[in-house]
Each structure stands twice: as C-alpha cells, then as structure tokens.
Design a protein around this ligand. Structure first.
Ligand code: HEC
Length: 415
C-alpha cells in the first residue's frame, strides 16, 4: 500500500472521534430502490447515533407546559425548524444540531419511500356525508398521507442504544432521556381545489402509492413519484413536568390564509396535550386556528390526519412490543382503558415491553421481527405471533369512524 494512504488515516480517526458517533450503523434507508436515471433528492437514514447523551439546555426549560402550553409549543416549534429548514430536512446536515431517524421503518407495504423517507400514514377517508369531510366541506375523495419523523440527539442517543445489536434490538432500553424531542412532518395528496387552505403550502415529491382517491386501498400497491403537500407537523417532548405520562404532545396545521412569509410561518398550533383527563383538561386547544379541525375522542387533541376516535396521548400510550392491543379502543366499552394516563415505562398490556410512547420504535422492532419471520419461512413462527406482528399495521390507521362513540368535535373555521 502506498505510504500516503497510511498518512491519511490518523486524520480520519480524529474526525470520527470528534463527531462522537461510535454507533454508526448500517440500516437500510428505504423500501424502494432508487430508479436508474433519477435526478431528484434521495433519502438517507440519519443513523450516526451519538455515543453520549448531549449536554443541551432546551429553550423551553423555564416554561411550564401545563401553565403556558402555547408559549411552550412555540419554543419547541422554533427549535424543530432551526437548521432543518436550511438543510431541506436532511436532518444529518443540520448545521445547528443533528437529528436522527428510527431504523426499520423501511420495511413493508407502507415502508419508507426513497425520496424523503416517508411512511404511509392513516388514509383520510372520503366524506360519508357530502360537505362533511375531515379536511373540510370541499373534500370529495379519500387521500393518502405520508410522513417522516426524527429525534434530537437525546432521542438519537437512546435509539442507538436500543438498536446497538442490529438484528437484536433491546426494547428494555426504550426509555428516553429527559429532553428527548421528536418531530414529524405529515404530507397529504389532497390538492387545494378540495382543501383550499392548503394553497401555497410546502410541497415535496414522494414515491407514493398509485391511488385514485375514488377507492381508498392500502397494502401492496404500485409506487410512483407524486406531489405531496405539508398539512400537519407533530411534536413530542419528554418532560417530567407532565404528570404521569412524562410527555407533552403538540401539533400544528397549515393555514394558507394565515399571515407569514414562508409556509413554516403559516403553520398554526392546533393544540398541546400532556394527558387524557378532561376535567381539568390536560390540554390546550387553539380555537382561533382559522381552519376546519376535527379533534379526537371527546374533544381531545389530535391532528387533521389522525383518527378522530383517538388522541395523541391515547394512541401513543399503546407503544409496546409485542403490540398486544390495537392503538384505537375497539369499542366504546373499552374506551376508559385507552383514555387513562400511563407512565412511559408501563406497558399497555401485561407481558409486553413498553417503548415509552414511541410508536416508531415499537413498529421498527415489529418490522424486523416480521422480516425475520418471513425469512425463516412459513410455519416457523406461530400463527398467533404472526397475528400480533401484523397488528400495528392493521389496527388504527385505517379504522372507520365510530357509530357508538362520541368521536369528532368540529368547530367552524375562524371561531
Ligand atoms: C391513531 C393513532 C395515532 C394518533 C391519534 C397519533 N399518532 Fe403519532 N404516531 C402514530 C404512529 C403509528 C406513529 C409511528 C409511525 C410513523 O411515524 O409513521 C406515530 C408517530 C409519531 C411521532 C414520531 C415518534 C413516535 O412516537 O413514534 C410523533 C412525534 C407523533 N406521532 C406525534 C403525534 C401527535 C402530536 C399526535 C396528536 C396530534 C399524534 N401523534 C397522534 C399513531 C398515532
């Protein structure tokens, strides 16, 4: 070997040490392959997980989420935008602070597409009654929604620990440190002809399902690059000031009629929640948002794309492996159990391991197990176990609206 290549080595080692990333992993980035001749952006999983928890003072440290939820969420939103907008949401290129993706979300029919790493989310149903669509009175069809989420360094550090053994993730380590922040951008295929408040929103290409909107299929559909539009931005932060749950969830929705120079400034808070209790309410809802919102069960916080039978905290409290229970209460009689508050280290079902409100971590682990079961061949995994592994994907995301439960709370635009 030429002498000069030895000379380059010490420099390389110094660089690796400085980045603090000893866990650099090699998980696949997307479900689909990049087609030959593709000239657009390509998603790369941010997986140089930090080897040490960061020392970071968070901008909302002095704001109590239960006292000043709106200010709290605005500070968190600014933190989520910082550096990421400039980096085009290639979160490993963020010049202010790095963010990280969860492995194994690429697997399966709804797995990460290759352009921006988005996964298929709940389908927005076509309106059952004309004029009563979840996205507003002009909606006529159903729409697919796709999203991508990322963790800050505190969260990335923990994700790296869970996934240190690439084929044997350890859910017992799935308890996130204080100050973990997760954000998620949600995009819809709905156009502004049916959802006028989406005008001038932020657009991406996504290699998403071929889907007419007259029927609303999911499963193994063909994919093709198409436009998607930013509708919702979700955030969650681990904060011990949130009683029992230890998490604060907040969401914003786009309003094309709002003031603001960029689409990011036209994202408006729908609300903030830290528990499921209704009296006193462990949430703040922005009733002056100016766009039609459907909220969740009994008026609990939930975003435009989310299932109105649920709430952020209720759905996320079912994060566990194996996923023994559906994310949404199967019937009105089951609702009390789903709308109780649980600490993140308590599994929703006895015999499962909790993943501290992270559905990406529980789904990633289930995905790996599904792929291992598929490799092992038919009959190698008990049918009951296979059913459990499939559960997350069948439950919740595409369930019909309730007949027996008080589901949606609508309030008119501009109130
Ligand atoms: C009906 C269930 C459901 C509801 C309701 C729901 N989510 Fe989620 N959420 C999911 C699933 C499933 C995932 C993981 C899959 C993904 O990210 O694509 C997820 C992922 C996330 C993530 C990424 C990190 C993680 O925990 O996996 C954040 C942040 C998030 N949701 C915030 C919210 C907020 C804020 C709300 C309420 C406005 C909300 N969610 C409501 C099901 C739900």
């Amino acid at each position: 070997m030429a002498k000069s290549s030895y000379g380059a080595l010490p420099g390389l080692l110094v660089m690796l040490c400085l980045s603090g990333a000893s866990n650099a992993a090699n998980f696949p980035s997307s479900h689909d392959k990049v087609p030959a001749g593709w000239k657009g952006p390509v998603f790369r999983l941010s997986q140089a997980y930090p080897s040490k928890p960061p020392e970071e003072s968070l901008p909302w440290a002095a704001i109590d989420p239960t006292e000043q939820p709106e200010q709290y969420a605005q500070a968190m939103y600014a933190y989520v935008l910082e550096g990421n907008v400039e980096a085009g949401w290639k979160v490993q290129n963020n010049k202010v602070r790095k963010w990280y993706h969860v492995p194994w979300m690429h697997y399966g029919d709804s797995g990460r597409e290759f352009i921006h790493g988005m996964t298929r989310e709940r389908t927005t149903p076509a309106p059952a009654t004309p004029g009563k669509g979840e996205l507003g009175p002009q909606q006529t069809r159903c729409f697919q929604n796709w999203a991508v989420g990322f963790y800050n360094s505190a969260g990335g550090y923990q994700v790296g620990k869970i996934w240190k053994k690439a084929t044997k993730p350890d859910a017992a380590l799935a308890q996130f440190p204080e100050g973990t922040v997760v954000a998620k951008l949600l995009f819809t295929t709905a156009p502004d002809t049916e959802v006028p408040y989406l005008k001038n929103t932020f657009e991406w290409d996504g290699n998403i399902h071929v889907f007419s909107g007259k029927t609303c299929p999911s499963g193994a559909l063909a994919r093709r690059p198409q436009k998607v539009r930013l509708l919702q931005l979700d955030m969650a932060v681990k904060d011990s000031r949130a009683p029992v749950t230890g998490w604060v969830f907040a969401t914003l929705a786009y309003n094309g009629d709002a003031a603001g120079v960029t689409p990011w400034e036209r994202m408006k808070l729908v609300g903030v929640m830290w528990g499921n209790d209704l009296s006193p309410a462990q949430q703040w809802i922005n009733t002056a948002i100016g766009t039609p919102q459907h909220l969740g069960a009994d008026g609990r916080l939930n975003g435009p794309v989310d299932n109105p039978r649920s709430s952020c905290i209720s759905c996320h409290a079912t994060a566990q492996t194996p996923m023994n229970s559906p994310m949404i209460p199967p019937s009105a009689a089951d609702a009390p159990r789903w709308f109780k508050n649980y600490p993140g280290n308590q599994a929703f079902d006895a015999g499962s391991l909790p993943t501290d409100y992270s559905l990406q971590v529980s789904m990633g682990i289930q995905n790996l197990l599904r792929s291992q079961a598929a490799k092992a061949g038919p009959g190698k995994v008990a049918p009951e176990e296979m059913k459990l592994l499939q559960r997350a994907f069948d439950s919740g995301l595409d369930q019909p609206l309730p007949v027996t439960m008080k589901g949606t709370t609508e309030y008119p635009a501009g109130r």
